[in-house]
Design a protein around this ligand. Structure first.
Ligand code: SF4
Ligand code: SF4
Length: 92
C-alpha cells in the first residue's frame, strides 16, 4: 500500500525532504508519490512523515484512499462550521 498526493497539494516542498524512501517527487500540477517506493514509513517512523508535515487538509490519502489529515483536523474548525467561520474572519 502507498500514500497518494492529490490535487489540493500546494507544492510547498514540505514533504519531499522528509520521505525516508525518496518516494516523493516535484511534479505538475502537484507533487506525486511513487507508489512503488512508498513504504508508508513502515520501519522508519511511527507516523507517515509526508502527512505529518503537510499543511493542507485532505491533500494526502493513505493506502485505502482515506485523507490522513481530514477536514478540520489541522484548523480545528469542524467542516460544518467552515463557511460561517470564514465569513466571520473576513468581516473582522
Ligand atoms: S508515507 Fe512515508 S514513505 Fe510514503 S511517501 Fe509519505 S513519507 Fe514517503
Ligand atoms: S507537504 Fe502537502 S502541500 Fe506541501 S508539497 Fe507535500 S503534499 Fe503538497
Amino acid at each position: 500500500m502507498a500514500y497518494r498526493i492529490i490535487e489540493s497539494c500546494v507544492n510547498c516542498w514540505g514533504c519531499e525532504p522528509l520521505c525516508p524512501s525518496n518516494a516523493i517527487q516535484a511534479a505538475r500540477p502537484h507533487f506525486v508519490i511513487d507508489g512503488g517506493a512508498c513504504t508508508e514509513c513502515d520501519g522508519d517512523y511511527a507516523d507517515p512523515q509526508c502527512a505529518s508535515i503537510c499543511p493542507v487538509e485532505g491533500a494526502i490519502l493513505d493506502g485505502l484512499g482515506v485523507p490522513v489529515n481530514p477536514p478540520g483536523s489541522l484548523t480545528g474548525i469542524p467542516p460544518e462550521h467552515l463557511v460561517q467561520t470564514m465569513a466571520e474572519i473576513r468581516a473582522r
